[in-house]
Design a protein around this ligand. Sequence first.
Ligand SMILES: Nc1ncnc2c1ncn2[C@@H]1O[C@H](COP(=O)(O)OP(=O)(O)O)[C@@H](O)[C@H]1O
Ligand SMILES: [Mg+2]
Length: 366
Amino acid sequence: MHPCPAHTHALHSTVTETPVITTTGLKKVYRSRGREVTALDGVDLHVREGEVYGVIGQSGAGKSSLIRCVNLLERPTAGTVTVAGQDLTALAGRGPRAGRELRKARSHIGMVFQHFNLLSSRTVQDNVELPLEILGVSGKERSRKALELLDLVGLSDKARSYPAQLSGGQKQRVGIARALAGDPKVLLSDEATSALDPETTRSILQLLRDLNRQLGLTVLLITHEMDVVKSICDSAALMENGKIVESGTVSELLATPGSELAAALFPVSGDASGDDRTVIDVTFHGDAATRPVISQLSRTYNIDISILGAAMDTVGGKQVGRMRIELPGRYEENVVPIGFLREQGLQIDFADKAVEAPVLAKEGAK
Ligand SMILES: Nc1ncnc2c1ncn2[C@@H]1O[C@H](COP(=O)(O)OP(=O)(O)O)[C@@H](O)[C@H]1O
Ligand SMILES: [Mg+2]
């Protein structure tokens, strides 16, 4: 176990290598009024048990289609969807018996929506009980379960209220409690926080992460906010035009030179303060991230280092991210210190694209 900072919960997510959501060659083509739109164009998604997995991408990239195909609310045009070991695509449209099995399988997939989708004529408790009613759970058991879930999301005192009497954040908590009614193994969330203000967004995200840790719930969430990914996701994927163009754990993305997601997650900026300066971006991930390499560098080579910008975060108890630093002197004078950083397992990129080409040529010639 990693040491745990006092402000976080004692529980850490326990991500295993067991795949819990897998799609292979997932394709979705919408046909409307003689027009065809390819929303998913061969998506291979691998979400591991116990992780929070973020999908990001521009509007129209296919994110909602992906999530709706994962729980078969939308029938995929081609490809397979496996959730918790069950091939859902094999059950879809295979007669009444398979239909029942599909509904049962789907009850183990919780779904949270952007617009909450609560029934305004029902109390909070009755909204949470709805999926249990559909599953045929008895009244007494439904009531027990609903109250337990409302307690879990911090709304025990609102059981008898109606949705119209709640704030946006409270409505989403009801949406989350309802999504948990069938004891799901996975929770799907399509922009669950995009209708909420920043502070409420943070509290809902904290709740999703707590549920992930407390219940071992796997969470697949869609967002267009990089901050969301950074604060709660173990892994992320970037979608463009119906395809996943990048994916991996936050550390893996950081370790990928030129990763668009890593650049968006950990943006750094800052220019050299003079001509005879070398500006480099140092990427921290893996074991090197825990060592005080910058102060070691400064002491070992007796040089003054300026930090121009940094985007760091704590992931799994380790500092990860990027730092843009400035070293006195031109590149030629800094070959040894930069080599030192690389030997420490750090990834070094040259911030000034103009010097990158000659630098690389020089290195190649060594
Ligand atoms: N029910 C539908 N009928 C026709 N086209 C759709 C439908 N749903 C989505 N699309 C189209 O599929 C593409 C992907 O949409 P969507 O999955 O909603 O993307 P995102 O959630 O990333 O914004 C878009 O071009 C969109 O217009
Ligand atoms: Mg969408």
